[in-house]
Design a protein around this ligand. Structure first.
Ligand SMILES: *[C@@H]1O[C@H](CO)[C@@H](O)[C@H](O)[C@H]1NC(C)=O
Ligand SMILES: *[C@@H]1O[C@H](CO)[C@@H](O)[C@H](O)[C@H]1NC(C)=O
Length: 332
């Protein structure tokens, strides 16, 4: 019996559409944004985390110093490492907290640039999707928060990773907090496609500087310490793809830790408001270069040959400065 040609072709088309869709569900390419660099190709930006408290706990003081340093360095954008709004994220797109903790706090001229943000665990305690909504970009055009995405800024590419769903603790939270897991389940599939997407984006990148940003630390000697899930699942991908810096918040401090088995530098900037936990886990060994328990923020300056990282306290004083040279590194 002959099967009509048309019927075969339409079945074949259905087949393609079906597997195309499954493929997209399992692994969608990360959304990419282009960020202009300065005329000479260099870049500078600030990194701040764990901040939104309507100006309290020195949030406004840190914001003021960010404005001054931002002007001095002529920054191109700002990176937020998450926990954007305390205690429980935003209740909706209309939540006045957005303007009270963001628009009305970071008012300096130099900070009127694009802000690239990830979600932190506290953001997941509210309406997580509200922070991702294009509506907020209309309220304040600086705002851009997505779960995972890539910013291509010429000599640097920055890979933003949604780390909260990787952390087991939140799925059986001993403190009984509830989380907005819409869009995350089934969790296993979400994590596996996320890691695949990050790996693919990193492996395709030819940027001079590869920077990965997430909310949770990979290595930290602060209150929360290392994040086991990220050490096991994310770190090997960063190592295999020559990532220069991993930047995070979560611990309300500033710190610089060198990986002991790769050139990766772990940089915590989670000191945007409430700090002074006073429970550092020990400064000795394990590549710890710098730790500060109080409020502050970080700056990053990049040229094709050199990166300069600096940490500032609530009065704008530089606490730690560190350079990495591409030339030196490649000639070793
Ligand atoms: C704000 O910063 C000042 C100066 O470092 C410090 O003395 C004060 O304790 C900080 N306030 C809070 C609430 O952390
Ligand atoms: C660090 O890098 C910056 C930016 O390239 C440069 O201006 C500065 O001189 C460097 N500092 C050191 C100590 O090499």
């Amino acid at each position: 019996m002959e099967v009509p040609y048309k019927r075969v072709m339409s079945l074949y088309a259905l087949f393609l559409v079906y597997f195309g869709m499954v493929g997209m569900l399992l692994s969608a390419e990360l959304q990419k944004f282009n960020q202009a660099a300065k005329d000479d190709g260099s870049l500078s930006f600030l990194v701040i985390g764990d901040w939104g408290r309507r100006g309290s706990f020195n949030q406004s003081e840190v914001a003021f110093q960010m404005g001054k340093v931002g002007e001095k360095l002529d920054i191109d954008f700002v990176v937020s490492t998450g926990d954007n709004f305390y205690d429980n994220g935003l209740t909706s797109e209309q939540d006045p907290t957005f303007e009270e903790s963001f628009s009305k706090i970071y008012t300096a001229n130099s900070l009127q640039k694009q802000w690239y943000s990830v979600l932190g665990n506290h953001d997941y305690r509210g309406d997580a999707e509200a922070q991702l909504s294009p509506f907020l970009r209309k309220v304040d055009s600086r705002w851009l928060c997505l779960r995972s995405f890539v910013v291509n800024a010429g000599l640097a590419e920055i890979f933003f990773v949604d780390t909260t769903p990787l952390v087991d603790m939140y799925f059986s939270d001993p403190e009984g907090h509830s989380y907005d897991w819409r869009g995350i389940s089934p969790r296993k599939a979400y994590i596996s496609s996320l890691l695949k997407d990050v790996e693919l984006a990193l492996s395709e990148s030819s940027a001079t500087w590869k920077i990965v940003v997430g909310h949770h630390a990979i290595r930290s000697v602060g209150h929360h310490g290392d994040t086991k899930e990220l050490m096991e699942q994310l770190l090997p991908i960063l190592k295999a793809n020559n990532v220069d810096f991993y930047m995070n918040g979560h611990d309300h401090c500033l710190e610089h830790v060198s990986d002991t088995s790769s050139p990766i530098q772990f940089l915590t900037s989670g000191a945007g408001s409430k700090a002074w936990r006073g429970d550092i886990k020990g400064l000795n060994g394990h590549g710890v270069n710098f730790f500060y328990d109080g409020q502050g923020f970080m700056s990053v300056q990049l040229t094709p040959l050199e990166a300069e990282i600096a940490f500032y306290d609530v009065l704008g004083k530089v606490l730690h400065r560190w350079n990495k040279s591409k030339l030196l590194h490649s000639s070793i």
